[in-house]
Ligand binder design. Structure first.
Ligand SMILES: [Zn+2]
Length: 59
């Protein structure tokens, strides 16, 4: 099973893997916004826009 959520930016429906966990960061396939998983409920996930962080992801 998958979770369903709506992108807070573009309202697109997003399907998330069933092992999605809180505070996981995903990318909206529609608007490419970085979103953080706020809360995982029974079959719903709340998303909010991930803060822009100046972390260096590369090596
Ligand atoms: Zn979006």
């Amino acid at each position: 099973m998958t979770y369903q959520a709506n992108c807070p930016i573009c309202q697109a429906e997003i399907n998330l893997a069933s092992d999605t966990q809180e505070s996981e960061v995903i990318t909206c396939s529609d608007c490419q916004s970085r979103l953080v998983v706020d809360k995982v409920d029974m079959d719903r996930v709340d998303l909010s826009q991930a803060p822009e962080v100046e972390e260096d992801w590369g090596e």
